[in-house]
Write a protein of this length. Structure first.
Lengths: 377, 205
């Protein structure tokens, strides 16, 4: 029989809170991390982004360690993992997955052999692993914007394959000049806080965050059960989603088949919703093809911006709280439906009992990931 | 779980201006640049796919390996559920450095979306998926060195859970003219059993 796999611990470090409870309080209060920034080191023109205050990171970090050589992103990742790892025993049956798209890419700004080494994702993972004393080789998932949720799927599969009993995942990305200039070159940046699925949406707002979870075969302290997943490519275009939502459609279908549940049993979808014209439209098409048009759906990008490799895991952490607290959170920034096929965007916070929760993401390279979760009874 | 036997059906190594398929050298050049090597390999194998020339070095390397292993695998009349599981050490750093150079100098600032899109290692999976119309499981990992235990276990779990019929595994490392690709196709039938040690032995050959 296939092993059952659970998420037993969660945490996140974001502009609206350095723990899950504070994040939830702010989400309920419609507090967004997105602000207008004027920082010419990051971008010549003023820009909207969801950025964590440097002093907040440094003072929280100083409370847990006197270590001095970590980069800003490493500090954010350590802060996310620390309260979870602290409670656990690390051994050779404990895995460590790090999810990121660009890691310490800012190190490339000042060329030196030291900085070049820092920019390697394997080095980033090693630094985090050494801090906590993980004994197994770190696994880095770097699969564009699905990385964070793909890491959950990978962890589940590795535990089912018998490689590990427990896997810690940390996911994180920073707002950097590198990424801002890149999205800007695609003309994909919104000139106001992003508005997922809205008629007047005009692009992405970038953000930064880290999130951490413990995935385990041990049901004790289980917050939620992982019951199915899929990560299927569109095979259509490297920098735009499939018009038919093919890869997302198939990823969700694959997760449903594995979980042996029907699409209409899903109670809530935490979708990708980057607020680009093509992404949101593609998701609406994929959801309709599966008959999911009436299932309550939100995008959390209105609170956090697009946090790239962190987003899938961060949004899973928040989604788990939705299920545990029986609360659907409004999709911040939404006004009037702006996709061609109807979907049921959550426009105010409401109470709802939930058993099944679906998390999806899509990204460059035509990648898509869907993971299904079931409330633990 | 993972009791079902799986097999390596074919494998390919690309390094030092040479391509080795199932143990036999099938293409070799005198020392030259990767740009030249990859173009001549493309011509030699009569690959007719002009998008190849828009790809970055990492994607070209991965694409060439996949081309040789999938050429006789793909049946265009049906769905081919061949998963892609790739990994390397340097992620997309070769293109990352090029992109960084395009934004470092305010006097010479020219960020290009055509370069930026390749600053993600999984783009090469997208390129292969598009070429062979593989609407299948795909994921990209980073390790300090080729991790045969991880690759073997992950490929097996995709086959055992019926997420894929076959898995194309690949180590595709490229940075500044230093490269090595080792790709192999894993399925449920064959002669060479798919084991951690076998994979490592073939990688090191």
């Amino acid at each position: 029989m296939t092993k059952e796999v659970y998420i037993t611990e969660t945490n996140c470090i974001t502009p609206i809170g350095f723990d899950v409870a504070t994040n939830i309080k702010n989400i309920i209060g419609s507090v967004s991390g997105i602000q207008l920034h004027q920082n010419t080191d990051l971008m010549k023109m003023p820009f909207y982004a969801s950025i964590i205050n440097d002093e907040a990171i440094n003072s929280a970090f100083a409370k847990i360690t006197s270590a001095e050589n970590n980069t800003r992103l490493e500090k954010m990742m350590i802060l996310a993992l620390q309260p979870i790892v602290e409670k656990s025993k690390l051994d050779e049956r404990t895995g460590f997955i790090l999810s990121t798209t660009k890691g310490n890419i800012t190190a490339l700004k000042n060329p030196s052999s030291d900085n070049f080494q820092k920019a390697h994702l394997g080095q980033l993972a090693k630094n985090i692993a050494d801090f906590f004393g993980f004994t197994t080789e770190p696994i880095v998932v770097s699969n564009a914007c699905v990385s964070g949720i793909l890491a959950v799927s990978v962890a589940k599969r590795l535990i089912q394959a018998g490689m590990f009993d427990n896997i810690f995942i940390v996911a994180g990305d920073e707002v950097s000049e590198f990424v801002l200039s890149g999205f800007n070159s695609f003309q994909a940046m919104s000139d106001s806080p992003c508005r997922p699925y809205s008629k007047n949406r005009n692009g992405v707002t970038l953000g930064e965050a880290t999130a951490a979870v413990l995935v385990s075969s041990n049901k004790k302290n289980a917050k939620i059960k992982i019951i199915g997943d899929g990560s299927i490519n569109d095979a259509n275009h490297i920098s735009g989603p499939s018009r038919t939502g093919e890869g997302l459609f198939r990823s969700i279908e694959s997760a449903l088949t594995e979980a042996k549940i029907n699409a209409n049993q899903i109670d809530y979808i935490s979708a990708h919703g980057t607020a680009t014209s093509f992404n949101d439209e593609m998701e609406a098409i994929a959801f309709n093809r599966l008959g999911l048009e009436n299932i309550p759906v939100n995008s959390l990008k209105g609170f956090y911006g697009h946090t790239l490799g962190a987003s899938g895991l961060l949004e899973t952490v928040i989604g788990i709280e939705s299920v545990l607290e029986s609360k659907l959170f409004a999709s911040l920034g939404f006004d009037e439906i702006g996709v061609s096929q109807s979907i049921n965007i959550i426009n105010k916070n409401e109470d709802k009992e939930m058993n099944y929760f679906l998390k999806t993401a899509s990204g460059f390279g035509g990648c898509n990931t869907a993971v299904l979760f079931e409330k633990v009874k | 779980m993972l009791d079902n036997k799986t097999y390596i059906q074919s494998f390919c190594t690309i390094q030092n201006n040479e391509i080795i398929l199932d143990g036999a050298s099938i293409f070799k050049l005198e020392p030259t640049t990767f740009l030249d090597f990859s173009k001549k390999a493309y011509q030699y194998f009569e690959i007719n796919y002009s998008k190849f020339f828009k790809m970055d070095n990492l994607s070209k390397l991965a694409f060439l390996g996949a081309e040789l292993l999938l050429e006789n695998e793909i049946n265009n009349t049906k769905e081919n559920n061949i998963a892609l599981v790739f990994a390397n050490k340097s992620s997309s750093l070769d293109t990352d450095v090029k992109y960084q150079n395009s934004i470092s100098d305010a006097e010479n600032y020219f960020p290009s979306p055509a370069v930026f899109v390749y600053t993600l290692p999984n783009i090469c999976l997208g390129e292969i998926s598009i070429r062979h119309q593989l609407k299948s499981e795909n994921s990209f990992f980073i390790f300090d060195a080729f991790n045969s235990a991880f690759m073997t276990n992950y490929a097996k779990v995709l086959l055992d859970s019926n997420k894929a019929d076959k898995v194309l595994c690949g180590w595709v490392e490229y940075f500044d003219e230093e490269y090595k690709a080792f790709l192999y196709l894993v399925g449920r039938e064959g002669n060479l059993e798919h084991k951690i040690e076998t994979v490592l032995t073939e990688y090191n050959k």
